[in-house]
Design a protein around this ligand. Structure first.
Ligand code: PMP
Length: 365
């Protein structure tokens, strides 16, 4: 399936490189503001640039098949043995591998309404049926309803914290109670792609969950807070029995050498992550103050994006933003046609987005 941001561009008749899109719009490529894929607006860490430029001349060699050094560094960071860690080509690959490990024709996978579009996709590719469980009134996962949806065919549950696209989070006690009730033959993929953005006091001890539950795998990524979406690196933490099954469907050399080196350098540069979190926090403050003034309701604020209700003319307003080079995410596919999801950008990008949003609201609102 075509990535969603490409669909956005397609709608503007632009299934072509960003340079050409910009030219069509009478803009320069650097004027295109991508607030559509929850990427890091701060670019990438200088330490990563340095490490990758040193490594770029050794591409005659295969990479380490298990991303040994990165795996080791992650194991050390979380205080788990190295065989509790798996590295993937983005956490997307790990979601797919989890599905391939436990799903087949005749099984089902459960996921909450308003969650990452890849969950049902990877499950169906394995021939499994998917069950979308309606969210609570405040757009959060309904954990009790998800438990009620489990039957003898269930093999996989996707849960996200904090959640995309709602920005909501789940309390640790609720997650622990939930996990205690999931049958041990059902795998839980606990997707923490945005966890770094969650206030530390609200973060749960997910590694401890993995220790307690051999059926749980957490998935994290270098694509968001670490600013490496283009490198495609994610990691999973689970007990070795589960990972040994998952590793049977994982290709060796699944993460290329430069990406392994980039992620290792990124992991060591926590100052970059800290700066990212600060910029994000300020951006959320700036945007929500403006949304409050405009009386636009928004959902949770626990990640690096805001899903905001801009009204019944949302489609026209998104088209208007696109014409001005600002790409945000429609929520049509979630049956929320009046909402859009906007990635928090740099201060300049946020200001420009807001300026054009206001123009759009005046024109169509
Ligand atoms: N999980 C969630 C909830 C996401 O929003 C995303 C990316 N949008 C991913 C996983 C996958 O990210 P990646 O493959 O880049 O690690």
């Amino acid at each position: 399936q075509t990535p969603l941001w490409v669909q956005e561009l397609d709608k503007y008749k632009a299934s072509k490189p960003i340079e050409d899109v910009a030219a069509d719009l009478g803009l320069k490529p650097e004027d295109i503001i991508m607030l559509v894929a929850n990427e890091n607006p701060n670019g990438m860490s200088d330490k990563v640039k340095e490490a990758v430029s040193k490594a770029v001349f050794s591409l005659n060699r295969y990479p380490d098949a298990d991303s040994y050094h990165l795996q080791k560094a992650i194991a050390e960071k979380y205080g788990v043995p190295q065989d509790w860690v798996v590295i993937g080509s983005g956490s997307s690959e790990l979601l797919g591998l989890a599905a391939q490990t436990v799903l087949s024709v005749g099984t089902t996978a459960i996921y909450p309404q308003y969650s990452f579009s890849l969950y049902p996709m990877v499950a169906r590719l394995c021939g499994a049926e998917t069950i979308e469980v309606p969210a609570t009134d405040d757009y959060n996962a309904d954990l009790q309803a998800m438990l009620d949806a489990i039957d003898s065919r269930t093999r996989l549950i996707f849960l996200t914290n904090p959640n995309n696209p709602t920005g909501t989070y789940l309390a640790e006690d609720d997650i622990l109670q939930f996990l205690d009730q999931v049958p041990p033959n059902v795998m839980v993929l606990f997707d923490e792609a945005y966890v770094e953005f969650l206030e530390p006091a609200l973060q749960c001890d997910s590694v401890e969950m993995v220790r307690r539950h051999p059926n749980v795998m957490i998935a994290r990524t270098f694509s968001k807070a670490y600013g490496l979406a283009g490198a495609r690196v994610g990691y999973g933490i689970a007990q070795p029995e589960l990972l040994s099954l998952l590793n049977r469907v994982r290709h060796p050399f699944n993460v290329n050498d430069l990406s392994q080196i980039a992620a290792l350098a990124a992991l060591k540069d926590q100052d970059f992550v800290k700066k990212t979190l600060e910029v994000n926090k300020e951006g959320i403050k700036f945007l929500t103050e403006a949304f409050d003034q405009l009386e636009l309701p928004y959902m949770g604020l626990h990640a690096n994006f805001i899903t905001v209700r801009i009204g019944s003319h949302a489609d026209e307003i998104v088209d208007y933003l696109l014409k001005k080079g600002i790409i945000v995410r429609r929520m049509r596919s979630y049956d929320l046609p009046e909402w859009v999801r906007v990635t928090v950008g740099t201060p300049e990008q946020n200001e420009r987005f807001l300026e054009v949003l206001k123009e759009g609201l005046n024109k169509f609102g």
